[in-house]
Design a protein around this ligand. Structure first.
Ligand code: NAD
Length: 349
């Protein structure tokens, strides 16, 4: 994957590395070992966020971390723990807002044969800043009940719809993809989803003859993804639909342990595994580092080191195919470092 020149730094870029919480530091170390052994030309600038930052700096998102991302424009991030209900708000959401990381790119590709679906190669592009997830919501009191009703506002702007659909088409062109499918619910939500669809259709006309386009209702898309996923290629949709369908797509290729993601804006790009900090297995050294290694590969693509990324994905796929040192989530009994070693062995050959 490549992105706009504004976010692509020079030949030896400094990359902000946020190891994260829970399993984060262990899979981050495995990832940097693999990237360095493969010849990635990057200098890591390690910064804290999340629970680790609260312990060290008394804030989940220290200014030094933000300043580092602002300066370097590229970050590789491990998972961050967000307390449920109480405590600080999601740092992931805060980072998306701070740097206007409007495009969430989630590839889903079959890496390990023998799953329920073979030869899946899809990319979901999710609008990351608008929709219901802007968090404009409130309770409405009635009589004695202060929470008799609740209301959330879905915000779609022509600007936001245009830039995400354009991003999807440009992504398709850059990556030799044949088709963009826009998924929506304009039959029911005629204003918000209608604006998203109409805007998307107008942008699609600019790419006629270069990239195919179709649009589908979101619920039918969800079903078709399970019945016949091979009919799709690049999918684009608003925030919440993208959140749900990208997890469905991760399920087609073996689950969250294998799913990387990128959050792209004009001023910065942040790459991460899709899974969380896995507190249930943290500290045991058995987490699967594949998703974070793949996020590292997306980062390398972004900074123009696609050759290194392809070597790593080749080695990773070989280790998975040959079932060498698989972690327990993939049915093996090896540890995080053992799997990283298996990838390293294949890089050497
Ligand atoms: P989770 O993804 O951490 O874990 C879900 C299940 O998947 C667990 O059983 C876990 O052991 C397993 N799992 C996840 N990653 C794995 C890996 N690499 N290898 C093997 N198994 C793995 O989701 P959760 O438990 O709902 O969330 C835990 C914390 O992570 C929460 O605080 C949540 O807010 C946070 N979270 C952060 C991010 C992020 O930083 N991008 C994303 C999702 C959740």
């Amino acid at each position: 994957m490549r992105d706009s020149p504004e976010t692509r730094p020079g030949p030896n870029p400094v990359v902000t590395l946020i190891p994260g919480d829970g399993i984060g530091p262990r899979i981050a170390t495995a990832t940097t070992r693999v990237l360095e052994a493969a010849g990635a030309r990057v200098t890591w600038e390690t910064r804290l966020a999340g629970v680790a930052a609260i312990e060290a700096h008394h804030t989940p998102l220290p200014e030094g971390t933000l300043a580092s991302i602002r300066q370097n424009r590229v970050a590789l991030k491990g998972p961050l723990t967000t307390p449920v209900g109480v405590g600080f708000r999601s740092i992931n959401v805060a980072l998306r807002k701070e740097f206007d990381l409007y495009a969430n790119v989630r590839p889903a590709r079959t890496l390990m044969p023998g799953g329920r679906f073979e030869d899946i190669d899809l990319v979901l592009i999710r609008e990351n800043t608008e929709g219901l997830y802007v968090g404009v919501e409130h309770y409405i009191g009635m009589g004695d009940d202060p929470r008799a009703a609740a209301e959330s506002v879905m915000i779609i702007t022509r600007f936001g719809a245009e830039r995400i659909v354009r991003y999807a088409f440009e992504y398709a062109l850059r990556n030799g993809r044949r088709k963009v499918t826009l998924a929506h619910k304009a039959n029911i939500l005629k204003f918000t989803q209608g604006l998203f669809l109409d805007t998307g259709r107008a942008i699609a006309r600019e790419y006629e003859g270069k990239v195919e386009f179709d649009d589908r209702i979101i619920d039918a898309t969800a079903m078709q993804l399970v019945l016949n996923p091979w009919q799709f290629d690049v999918l684009v949709m608003e925030n919440m639909f993208g959140d749900i369908l990208s997890d469905e797509m991760a399920g087609l290729v073996g689950g969250l342990g294998m799913a990387p993601g990128a959050n792209i804006g004009e001023r910065a790009a942040l790459f991460e595994p899709v899974h969380g900090s896995a507190p249930d297995i943290a500290g045991r050294g058995v987490a699967n580092p594949a998703a974070m290694i793949l996020a590292g590969c997306m980062m390398l693509d972004h900074i123009g080191q696609g050759d290194v990324a392809r070597r790593i994905t080749g080695a990773l796929e070989a280790a998975l195919r040959e079932q060498d040192s698989l972690t327990p989530d993939l049915g093996g009994s090896a540890g995080t470092d053992d799997f990283a070693d298996a990838v390293l062995r294949r890089l050497e050959t």
